[in-house]
Design a binder for this molecule. Sequence first.
Ligand code: DGL
Length: 260
Amino acid sequence: MNNNPIGIFDSGIGGISILNKVLKYLPNEDYIYYADSIHNPYGNKSKEELIQLVDGIMKKFMLYQVKLVIVACNTATTQVISYLRKRYYNILFVGVEPAIKVAYDYHRNKNVLIMATPGTIQSKRLLELNQIYSQEKRVLLSCDGLAELIENDNMEAIPSYLISLFSQFDKEKIDVVVLGCTHYPFIKKEIVEAIGHSVIFLDPSVGVSLRVKHLLKENDLEAEGKEGKVTFLLTDPSKESVISKYLDLEDSYVLSSVGE
Ligand code: DGL
């Protein structure tokens, strides 16, 4: 048993799509959610820049003595999770990466669209996943600027952005969409509208929740006998309204800002 919190971070509000699910599977745990909105987007940053940012976040997490960290960002996972695991070897990490394996296992003969940030699309890890689980009818789509639009709640700009992005391929044929950035689950409706028909969406939130649950149990780190709470650390306090727009929690959370 261990009542220390779980750390979870993203370049902003995207990781809320993961937090919402994890909270359903593990309601007794405490969470420290770090939203690094001031440095959004991560998708255009170099590996060195990302390392610097995640080190800053880890420093904060250490103060809270987190027992496990969820890297709720595909860009950070694909580029720096191996660094994090080596550098902070006494902490457990769970990352998120585009559900390419799930698409391969369950939708092998379908037309699959992988949407992700430029950083994720260009990462070695994605190249590796793309080769191991190679699928003939797969489109890899770098969505430069999309996470920023969602982060800034610039919803009016999203339909035209998507229409122009999807004009690069035959969208009629798409059956499955892999949401390879944690910001994208918030715009499923807009994606369906821009594609023009319904699709199967794949996102990693259930897989991440089950993995966290398993790791806590295996390492005897589960919290016991209490109701969990969520503390938000915001690098940009003005993002509070976007967080509450997407968060599936009505009360019992604490907001505070992180001084730069
Ligand atoms: N939400 C993040 C991801 O899953 C990053 C978005 C960004 O900052 O570019 O990749």
